[in-house]
Structures are given as structure tokens and as C-alpha cells.
Design a binder for this molecule. Sequence first.
Ligand SMILES: Nc1ncnc2c1ncn2[C@@H]1O[C@H](COP(=O)(O)OP(=O)(O)OP(=O)(O)O)[C@@H](O)[C@H]1O
Ligand SMILES: [Mg+2]
Length: 494
Amino acid sequence: MAAEIVAALADAVVVTGLDRQVLSANRAAAELFGRPLDDLPGTPIDDLVAVAERQHVAEREHRAVEGEEQRYETKIVGAGGDERVVDVSTTPLVVEGELLGTVATLRDVTEEKHAQDTLARSEARYRNLFESASDAIATFDANGRFTTFNHAAEIISGYRREELVGQWFAPMLPDDELPKALAHFQKALSGETGLFETSFYRKDGDVRTIQVTYSTPRLDEEVLCVIRDVTEQKMLQEQLIQSEKMSAIGQLVSGVAHELNNPLAGISAFAQLLLSEKRFPPDQRTAAEMIYAEARRASRIVQNLLTFARQHKPERTPTSVNQVLDDTLELRGYELRVRGIDVQRDYDEQSPETMADAHQLQQVFLNLITNAEQAMERAERDQQRLTIRTRRSGDLIRIEVEDTGPGIPPNLLERIFNPFFTTKPTGSGTGLGLSISLGIVREHEGRIWAENATQSGARFVIELPIVAPRPTGEFQSTPASQPVTDRLHVLVVD
Ligand SMILES: Nc1ncnc2c1ncn2[C@@H]1O[C@H](COP(=O)(O)OP(=O)(O)OP(=O)(O)O)[C@@H](O)[C@H]1O
Ligand SMILES: [Mg+2]
């Protein structure tokens, strides 16, 4: 009866004698080993086990004989010589108190193992993909807490994953971005896929712009987000828009400015003519003077507009920045003295000459110094100080123009470089000074920005690359030693 049950079992059963030869086996075993059932009795176990596994199986069987039940995985030689992976469980066979050998049950798990391996391999592949992706990937549970976080996400956010997993994402977002992000999160939970842009705080406090693509592979479970840092891209885009805006405005402006030139020249000329008329009573003379002065002012504005609109490449000669600064200060000397502004020159005397357009640089410095003068208009007389600093740092010359005025509201620090941005009353500023300066500095492949000085007042910083004159001994039409002021009075409109 027992023999019949064993024979009918779906799992292979092998009874082994103490001599480690098969005593008997069932049909399933014969099928597993690919041998006729009758051939099995008397076959040494080693013949049935894969060569590499013989030692292992012998040890296990030995322990089973000693009374310790064994469960293990091994490889056997199956039909056609193929190795199969089997789960074995072996118990000692004791009949009427006498140890006869062992009974082993074998289950073929080859397919299962294979499937498992494939799964493990594909899991490893995905893990690899996940970890080495250049985009940040993060998943969130339904409550918006981080569940996974890849390496790129660590780099973009500045957080290590241990710090974030389990945390809610909201504190990383600025308050005004939060409602938008939450709305998208709701959408994601309801199964929608989507994309949005937001800013967020890195661990170091930096604000970055990110683009988030989200989806929910399984409804109401995890939200998967692919996150890309687009801060630089956005900045480039804005610069591009800005420069396109500038060039459009530039074209418009230069057309108008040219049109205005002739009538303005006419007004000036006729006003001068009236002024040369001796018979006019004083009040009429004053009126004529007014006409003349205002016409001149209009011409200056037009001149500014034209400079702003002009887009030629700078004409570069070896230029000493310190010298240009001195020349500019000299040009403003009268105004500065009259206003009682204390001028501090803090130059790096070692800074070398660089290839630059001295006229254009002078214009930049003039704009900055004029702005500084205007900013200090309301300050106490003995507290008006203009500091001009130059420093060499590596292959850059750094120029700082610092005043003791009220400084610049932080939200305006970027906008002041926009064309036509001015906070000065109509008539006194066109708002072009800084945007012209920005254009010139960029032409020189330099940078200019504004910051607020530590005490009070504004500081404008320019960094110019030090460009050595060409070593070919090429003829330079303007020797660098010639003071720039000599070449400066050519401010003819048009
Ligand atoms: N040193 C400074 N201190 C405080 N604010 C400044 C300073 N320099 C510039 N600004 C701000 O930047 C704005 C833009 O300056 P910008 O030189 O471009 O134009 P403007 O001086 O107003 O006019 P324009 O130079 O055409 O006569 C100014 O109106 C002012 O608000
Ligand atoms: Mg100005």
C-alpha cells in the first residue's frame, strides 16, 4: 500500500541504501532522471548527481543517515544529460528499529529558478538604470512622502536619500509654488500623467528651477517623478529673450533717434541765432537759453539712444583700466568736487594692460560714476564717498564702483540693467545707462553686476578678461600711453 502511494506521488522519491546506491524510486523520479524505472535500483547516487555537486550531496546524505533531516538545493543530471535544479528533502529510513538508508523527495525547480534569475537580473538592470540616470527620479507614497530617490536626485537636491525617504516634499518648495505642486500631486494620484515647472530649495538653500514629469504606474499607489534641473537652461532662455528684445528695441530706437537728430540740430542752431541777437529783452533771452539748453539735453538723450542701439564690435587696443578710470574721474572732476564727494582710488597698480575699447570702457565708467553721484544726492555732504577699486584676480581684472547712497532694493538688482528701466523722475534719466554698460561689458566678454555694499550704498562690479596684445608686433594705431581724454570730445550726434 505504502509503495503504491509513493509510486503515485507527483514529486520524485528516491530510497537510498547505506551503500549509497538506489534501493528503489518512483515513476516521477525515473522521469526526472530520464532513465527507465527498472534501471534505477542499484545505480550509485553519484551517477545521478551533477559532478560539481557530488561532494555536497554526500555530506548532506551522511547527515541524514545520522538522523538529521536535510533540506537543500542541488543539481542532478536529468534526461538527455541536462542538469536540473532540484529542491531535496531527505530523512533517515528506519524500519522496525533498523536504519536502512534515506528517503529523499526531489522537486524540479529549474524553471522557477530560471524565472527568479531573470527577475533578479531585470531588477538589477532597472536598478542600474535608475541609479545611473542623469535625471533625478523620486517616488512618493499617497501622502506625498519620499519612498525612493536615485543618485541624480541626491545631486540635484543636495540631500542624501536617508535624509529624505519618509519626509514630506512640501517643505522643499517655496510657499507660492506649493498649491500648484499639490494640485499636480492630486492629479498624479488620480492616474493622470503631467509635467510642471517649479522652484525648490536645495539643502544648501539655493533656489533652483526644476521640471517635473509625473505618472502613477499603479493607481493610488506610488507617484513616480522624473525631475530635471532646468535652472541654467531657463537663465539662457531669459538671456536670449532679453537680447532679442534689446536688438528689436535697438533697431526701433536708432531709427527714431536718427529722425530726431536733424530737427534737434535745427532747434539748437536757431536758438543760438536768437541768443546772438543783442536787442532781445532779458526774459526773451532766458527763453532762448532755455530752448537751447533743452535742445542740447534732447541731443544727449538721442546720443545715448544711438550708442545703445549701435551694435558694432569694439575696437580694441592695449588699454590700462586704471588709466581709463583716472581719465573718467577727471572728466567728472568738477561735478564731484562741487558736490563734495570724497573720491577714493584703490587701484591694483600691478594690473596689466588688456585689449579693450577705451572709449567704450570710459562710457561704462561714466555711467556708473554718474549713477553713483545721483544716488548720493540726498546723502549728508560729509558722507558722500565714491570708491573705485581695481584688482587683478587670475586672468581677470575686477573693477568696483561703490557709493554711499541708499543702495538698490534687492528685487531690482537684476532689472536695473533692462533698457529704459529707471527710478529717476521723467526727464532726468532715460534708463539706458546700465543697459548700454551691460552691452559693452558683454562685448568685451566680461561680466557686470550690482550688489549692495556691506555698510550702505551700491557696488557695481565688472570683471574683464585680461587679453594680451597680439605678440605679432601688429601695428597699433593708438598707442596705449595716449590719455583717453584726448580722444573723447568727439561726441557728435550721428
Ligand atoms: N549707484 C546706484 N545706487 C542706487 N541705484 C542705482 C545706482 N545705479 C543705478 N541705480 C538704479 O538703476 C536704475 C537704472 O540705471 P541706469 O543708469 O540704467 O538709468 P538711469 O540712471 O535711471 O538713467 P540714464 O543713465 O539713462 O540717465 C536707476 O534709475 C536707479 O534706480
Ligand atoms: Mg544712469
